[in-house]
Each structure stands twice: as C-alpha cells, then as structure tokens.
Design a protein around this ligand. Structure first.
Ligand code: ADP
Ligand code: MG
Length: 380
C-alpha cells in the first residue's frame, strides 16, 4: 500500500487545459472519490496517475517514488475502466491473469492461485471459464475488478466503474465495493460524475470543476460546508437553492435582503467578508412550511408552481419574485399549484456566497474538523 501525492499536476491538449495545477493527497488505505461533471478532467487525471497519459507539468508520487516517468507497469497501480476493457476472445480467468507475468515474479501456479482467491472474494468462481460475451454487465465488471485485485497493486484507480450498470445493480455494487475496500484496505482513487456515488463511497471527496479542485472534504462536511457555490449546487439533489440578495448590516446584525423578503442571519460574526451583493443558499430540505414549525421562525412567502410527489417526500417548485426555489415537504402534504405558502428556514443551515462563488458565511460555524482530517469509515 502507498499514498498518492499530486502537486501542481497539469495536462494541456493543444489549446485545452484539461487538468489545471491540481494538488491532491490520497492517504494510505483511503478511499478518495474524485467527482465532477462530464469533461472536467477526471479521466485525464486518473490516466496521468496510471501512466497512460503524459504529464504536462507537476509531480506525481506513489509512496516515496516519483513516478512521472515510470511505465504504467512499474507504478504498482491497477485500473478499472467504465467499459471494463476485457479481451473478448479470452475467458474470465484468462482476462484476469493476462499480462501478470510482466508485472510480478509469480509462477504460473501462483498466478492461478491468486485468480482463484480473487474470484472467491468477488463470488465469480463459476464465471472464470466464460468469455465476456457470455457475461452480464455486472459480471463483466466483477471480472474487471478481479483483474485489478489479482495484481495486488499499491493503488487502485477506478474510472466510473458502475456507470454502465442499471440503477439497482449500481446500488448493490456500491455496497460490494465498500466491503471489498474494507477487506483489501488498499489506497483507492475512484472517479465518478455521480454525486450520490461520491457521497456514499468516499472517505473523502474531491470536487473537480473545469480542471480545478474546488474542495476536498469528508462527504458530510462537503454537504454542510460547501466552500463554493459550485460545490453547493453540485453536491445534493435536488440542488441547493441560490437567490441573489443584498447584505444589510447594522451594528451587530446582518440580514439578507431579497426583493421579496428579508431574513436575519445568526452568528453574523462568522462572515469572512461582507460585499453588498451576494447569493443566499438554502437546501430544499432546510425549508419547511411555517405552519409546521413550532415557535417564532423567520418566514417568507412563495407561490407554488408545480408539485412532484417523490414517494418519500413532496418536492414543491415555488416562485419567489423572479426566482424559482425548490422545497422538500412531507409526503402527502396537500399543496397545489397556485397556493401561497409561508415558508420557514432552518437557521442552522444558511449559506452565503460572494459574487465570485466563494462561500463567505455558513450559519453553523464549521467546527474543528479541518479539510485534511481523514475520518475512519464507520462500520455498517
Ligand atoms: N486526447 C485528448 N485530446 C484533446 N482533448 C482531450 C483529450 N482527452 C480529453 N480531452 C479534453 O480534456 C477535457 C477533460 O476530459 P476528461 O478528462 O475525459 O473529462 P471527464 O473524465 O471528467 O469527463 C475535455 O475537455 C476533453 O475534451
Ligand atoms: Mg471520464
């Protein structure tokens, strides 16, 4: 096992800067997820680490070794691809051991034994004799993961390995990957565009936007304390509501003033800057119908445009002046388009971003957890 240390990593293709000066450290044994929208540079980053793409500038260390100029097979990594990349004319077992001779000192008998062990871990013993065309998508993905395990790499690199599976299988494979990670305890860098996958799998999650890392944090901290508006809107579904506001302050208090309402902000001393115009952020689940909230909470009015029953909740689309917001209400709430609602906010879950997108305020100040704390994954 080894950690991965990335400093100033950059990749330029002609006029495109696909990866722009990123720093990232994946700790020994950590499961780190790199998440971001399509085209933001995730695969390019992974391919540079694997040695499949030249590095334009920056340094890449795996353990103590600088590996920038090492061949892929000298880096002690194994990569799993979205499209599985299995050889169609080979059986599962042949795919798993292909090329092993060149990356290890194992004898043929030892390699066979390792294939058997990996197949047992993944519960695919009965698939070893079949070719990829005789396997389902999920089975192919298991064989591809088996091929990575057989290599006993220091580092696993996975590029959207579940994207081609149907939703139910994806949830099942997610749980299996977590279990596998607990068994193998290997340093893992996992790439996905899916924020749910990122939140559920990562010890920590790095959010990549347009070739740059916006934030690296454990999932809950990313959700509760987004460092930028981009992270706030990318992590969480439905996305955080963002409304243009003015910041109004007197001696001790600060409020956000929208064209339709004004809300006081608690803990105003936690502001890091106070520009006049800013963006107010609140998640759909942190807004509730004022009639359901005991006590005296600050409220504002909104008009319902559309309601979407999600089964476990009711998603309400509302208009507040010129802006649209989403509110998550209890399932079976009797609310219809055209209704005017009085809405209350959870005062511990308010966020403000400046015009450049930086977070300048969270109503619950972020505790002692620092961005480089690596929590241990709780046992299920
Ligand atoms: N071989 C290449 N030649 C030119 N541009 C590329 C190449 N590979 C990727 N890119 C560009 O680099 C950017 C990042 O691509 P990629 O790393 O594949 O994104 P992601 O995996 O996050 O979807 C995109 O704009 C893509 O078009
Ligand atoms: Mg990709």
């Amino acid at each position: 096992m080894s950690d991965i240390t990335i400093t100033g990593l950059t990749k330029r293709f002609d006029d495109v800067t696909a990866v722009d000066d990123i720093d990232l450290e994946v700790e020994n044994g950590e499961f780190l997820v790199l998440v971001g929208p399509s085209g933001c540079g995730k695969s390019t980053t992974l391919r540079m680490i694997a040695g499949l793409e030249d590095i334009t500038s920056g340094d890449l260390h795996i353990g103590d070794r600088r590996v920038n100029d090492l061949e892929p097979k000298e880096r002690s990594i194994a990569m799993v691809f979205q499209n599985y990349a299995l050889y169609p004319h080979m059986t599962g077992a042949e795919n798993m051991k292909f090329g092993m001779k060149s990356v290890s000192d194992y004898t043929s008998a030892e390699i066979d034994e390792r294939v058997r062990e990996a197949a047992e871990i993944l519960d695919i013993e009965e698939l070893l004799g079949r070719r990829p065309s005789e396997l389902s998508g999920g089975e192919r993905q298991r064989v591809a993961i088996g091929r990575a395990i057989v290599r006993e790499p220091d580092v696993f690199l996975l590029d959207e390995p579940l994207s081609n599976l149907d939703a139910k299988l994806r949830v099942q494979m997610r749980a299996e990957l977590l279990q596998l990670h607990r068994e193998l305890d290997a340093t893992t860098l996992y790439v996905t565009h899916d924020q749910t996958e990122a939140m559920t799998l990562g010890d920590r999650v790095a959010v990549l936007n347009d070739g740059e890392i916006e934030q690296v944090d454990p999932p809950q901290l990313l959700y509760d304390y987004p460092a930028t508006r981009f992270v706030a809107e990318f992590i969480g579904s439905p996305a955080m509501n963002i409304l243009p506001v003015e910041l109004v302050s007197d001696d001790t208090d600060v409020s956000v003033r929208h064209e339709q309402f004004e809300l006081p902000l608690p803990n105003a001393d936690s502001f890091t800057a106070q520009p006049k115009s800013a963006f107010f952020g609140i998640r759909p689940e942190d807004i509730s119908l004022a009639r359901n909230v005991p006590g005296d909470v600050p409220t504002f009015e909104a008009e319902v445009t559309v309601t979407e029953p999600l089964g476990e909740s009711l998603l309400i689309h509302c208009q507040v002046g010129d802006d649209e917001i989403h509110v998550k209400a209890a399932a079976r709430s009797s609310i219809d388009p055209g209704d005017r609602l009085e809405l209350g906010v959870d005062e511990e879950r308010l966020h403000v971003f400046d015009g450049t997108g930086e977070a300048i305020y969270h109503s619950s100040p972020r505790g002692h957890a620092s961005s480089d704390a690596v929590p241990t994954q709780p046992e299920p």
